[in-house]
Write a protein that binds this ligand. Structure first.
Ligand code: PAF
Length: 289
């Protein structure tokens, strides 16, 4: 596996792959890799893509400086995992390499991310999706991948990236890959490493509450389903729900009634101590989206 640290090394390597007639799958990550990330690499390899994975803790998407400072970083272990998973190259740039224009300078380009970016994470993390769009569009333009692979734990992020690619006129297939969970149901996340043992023990309650709510929703309203999840989680030690929204899976706007859409997803963010965990559950999904 090649380890590429500069934009020019990346460009050169991508040109080499193209010269060999390879299709390219991009797996953008912020490192602290776990099985969820590795499943994206597997998916890209199954499609026959040469896999370029990026490992970059993107400062422009953090609206909380403490969150950025404490974000787990473990480059050596990440590179080993990427190599074992069969990535062709890892792009591991510095902040200066990615943002020669600086990260603080007001970005002249404001991405048109539409209504999918206005709710949930967009509401609670102002500027977050502009930062995500900024880094992901840079990576799309540098690598010009055939496909970009993203995990469904960040359900809203996938919708925002699809919208960004569309409005920026970037020709790419966005492949969304299922959430990977621990044996106890907790969605795998780099942030799980920040949980104390006590917090880690209660964290699986998030998925348990969501899974329970799928049955509950068969005989209860959207509002009652919402409330049962929030009440159950808020009653747990360490836990505080930031938001739980039951939304249309395409527009991400809240639904008031189960009959309002054929694609309905519940998206949640819970503080477990100081650690912000996100997860989601599907209530309804048509065979073809
Ligand atoms: O999902 C993430 O880890 C990040 O938001 C991404 C897509 C790598 C952009 O920094």
């Amino acid at each position: 596996m090649k380890v590429l640290r500069t934009v020019s090394e990346l460009r050169e390597y991508v040109a080499e792959l193209r010269g060999e007639g390879r299709t390219i799958g991009l797996v953008p990550t912020m490192g602290a890799l776990h099985e969820g990330h590795l499943s994206l690499i597997e998916a890209a390899r199954r499609n026959g893509d040469a896999v370029v994975a990026s490992v970059f803790v993107n400062p422009t998407q953090f609206n909380n400086p403490t969150d950025l400072a404490t974000y787990p970083r473990c480059e050596e272990a990440d590179l080993r995992l990427l190599e074992e998973a069969g990535a062709s190259a890892a792009f591991v740039p510095t902040v200066e390499e990615v943002y020669p224009e600086g990260t603080d300078a007001p970005d002249t380009h404001v991405f048109d991310l539409g209504q999918v970016a206005e709710v949930m994470e967009g509401k609670f993390r102002p500027g977050h999706f502009q930062g995500v769009a900024r880094i992901v569009s840079k990576l799309f333009r540098l690598v010009e991948p055939d496909r970009g692979y993203f995990g469904e734990k960040d359900f809203q992020q996938i919708a925002v990236i699809r919208r960004m690619a569309q409005t920026e006129g970037i020709d790419i297939e966005i492949v969304s890959c299922p959430i990977r969970r621990g044996a106890d149901g907790l969605a795998l996340s780099s942030r799980n490493a920040l949980l104390t043992p006590g917090q880690r023990a209660v964290a699986p309650e998030i998925h348990r509450a969501l899974a329970y709510s799928v049955n509950y929703s068969q005989s209860h309203s959207v509002q009652a389903t919402h409330d049962t999840v929030v009440e159950r989680l808020d009653a747990q030690p360490f836990m505080q729900v930031e938001y739980f929204e039951i939304v249309d899976g395409r527009t991400l706007q809240p639904v008031a009634d189960w009959a309002d859409s054929d694609y309905i997803v519940g998206c949640i963010t819970v503080y477990c101590g100081k650690v912000r965990l996100i997860d989601n559950i599907t209530y309804r999904k048509p065979e073809k989206i």
